[in-house]
Design a protein around this ligand. Sequence first.
Ligand code: G3P
Length: 226
Amino acid sequence: MQLMLDTANLKEIEQALQYCQLAGVTTNPSIMKKEGNVPFFEHMRAIKALIGEDATLHVQVIGNDCDTIVKEAKRIHKELGDNTFVKIPVSKEGLKAMQILRKEGIGVTATSVYTTFQGIMAVLAGARYMACYYNRMLDVNIDAQQVIGEIQHFIDESGSDCQIVAASFKNIQEITSSFACGASFCTVPYDVFMKGLSMPCIDKAVEDFKKDWNAVHGENVTIADL
Ligand code: G3P
């Protein structure tokens, strides 16, 4: 169980890396929009430089038809190389493209997964990762935990190497629930990530411990000063 960051913002990635090792970074066109009209591949290379060679980068295609998706995937693979996975929505055209890319040895992250059936189709198409949209499922009254659990069961039973990256989070509960029902990764927006670490009760606990220490040793004395 590992964390990825769902952002293309370099500062956010730098900040998050101070708190934990990131297994990867995921982007999509809506996330890229927030960065403005930046040079696409240079920006992706800057993300790779920050997260390191062992972390994965997941870059989404724009095209809706199989031919365009395949062309974009090949270009992404050529420009960004190893440990970059091409995000392709699990649509009819997306599945057609996945069949072709599997033969080319280009790693795919199936995305926009709302249903168990989509997940099964993506596994059968050879996807290496799968972005299941947790909060968006809840929005349309789909049981996200059940879907993730069922897809993970199918992965286990079929011996596939596909790994679930739960995505689309609005709160911490959704992240912990995703892990609890079998997701290998959660990709988390920076604001949700920080919300989980910025709780008044944590600050109060730290403050209370400090007060008790100070009561015995006085202000500004640390263990290192003893
Ligand atoms: O990684 C997919 C994710 O970005 C979708 O999130 O917040 O747009 O539902 P959201």
